[in-house]
Write a protein that binds this ligand. Structure first.
Ligand code: FES
Length: 139
């Protein structure tokens, strides 16, 4: 009766060691595949309103991604995600045409982020922002 109990105990120990080894071996791979943590998920981004030229745009890091604030010809400020909703390329602001161009597959967006041409399935995401005393705060 003692031998089955001892075998069972040794089996449990070996199983536990094997499971711990598998976790230790998989951890580096899972860490590599996981998206990078920026530690800034709740962060706000602030910069002077004067950073944005007339008709121009300012791109900035935003919560591990890229955001953009533009000033339209009418002087309106808009804050958007600069990540194309097709396959995730960074859009460019085309000052002359007053729209966004995605260089990857020629997707085009209006200044408000609405899709006007190409394959993007959704508009650019709008970002919340405020302007206080000449300082724009996004987030
Ligand atoms: S990734 Fe922007 S159009 Fe394809």
């Amino acid at each position: 009766m003692q031998t089955p109990t001892r075998r069972t105990f040794l089996g449990i120990c070996l199983g536990g060691l094997a499971a711990a080894g598998a976790v230790a071996a998989a951890y580096p791979l899972l860490s590599y595949l996981a998206p990078p943590s920026t530690g800034s998920e709740g962060a706000k981004v602030s910069f002077p309103e004067t950073d944005i030229p007339p008709d121009g745009a300012k791109f900035f890091d935003y919560r591990g991604s890229t955001g953009v604030v533009i000033r339209t010809r009418q002087g309106q400020l808009l804050a958007l995600s600069a990540i194309c909703t097709h396959l995730g390329c960074i859009v460019q602001w085309e000052k002359e045409k007053q729209d966004f161009l995605c260089p990857c597959h020629a997707g085009r967006y209006s200044p408000e982020g609405t899709v006007i041409a190409g394959p993007p399935p959704r508009p650019l995401a709008k970002l919340p922002f405020v302007v206080v005393n000449g300082v724009i705060t996004v987030g």
